[in-house]
Design a protein around this ligand. Structure first.
Ligand code: IMP
Ligand code: MG
Length: 186
């Protein structure tokens, strides 16, 4: 039996052990940094941030709430962010006076996060910080301050651990590089 993802996978970039080790480190760092803080709210950006959030929060030993925000880029094309972003599903919690930590799968051009951070800042939180599992700095079009990053990666299209390939394979416990020639419909 070959696994369902195998036709799409060129190579594993970050395996499960590497990811889990790094997530635990980030959790410990966040725990240390937020010791003096009450009202911590983790904001997961759907859908890609889901795997990272659920793993990361197990390593954050500070009382906190979680919430979810779904955003979408117009004229989508995951590798072709246009800079136009809209809210698909808003938060359910109030953010005023709370310390917000955004939990995202990957920062590419930076347009999505810029929009999200501006929108959240306008709601008068106590602070806004950003935690991303992956960072592709070479793709950046907008400068953005990343407070916590799991791994910096090259400009390759990756999937797994929350990141999708045409909506699928978010469930993989590792992050893989897409095989050349695989056509993305999104
Ligand atoms: P940005 O606005 O260009 O930073 O877009 C970031 C979003 O693009 C992420 O939240 C992902 O949904 C998507 N994205 C960027 N690079 C990849 C990738 O290599 N694989 C899967 N999704 C990606
Ligand atoms: Mg995303």
């Amino acid at each position: 039996m070959t696994a369902a993802y195998e036709p799409y996978l060129q190579e594993i970039l970050l395996d499960e052990q590497q990811l889990q080790r790094r997530v635990a480190e980030l959790g410990r760092q966040i725990t240390a940094d937020y010791q003096q803080v009450d009202k911590l709210l983790l904001i997961c950006i759907l859908k890609g941030g889901v795997m990272f959030l659920t793993d990361l929060m197990r390593h954050i030993d500070v009382p906190h709430e979680i919430d979810f925000l779904a955003v979408s880029a117009y004229g989508h094309g995951v590798r072709d962010s246009t800079g136009n972003v809209r809210i698909v599903m808003d938060l359910t919690e109030q953010v005023e006076g709370k310390h917000l930590l955004i939990v995202e799968d990957i920062i590419d051009t930076g347009h999505t996060l810029k929009f999200v951070m501006n929108m959240l800042r306008a709601r008068n939180p106590a602070s806004v910080k950003l935690c991303t599992m992956l960072d592709k700095p070479s793709r950046r079009e907008i400068e953005i301050g990343v407070d916590y990053a799991g791994f910096e990666i090259e400009n390759k299209f990756v999937f797994g651990y929350g990141l999708d390939l045409d909506g699928r394979f978010r469930n993989l416990p590792f992050i893989g590089v897409v095989k050349p020639g695989v056509v993305l419909n999104e």
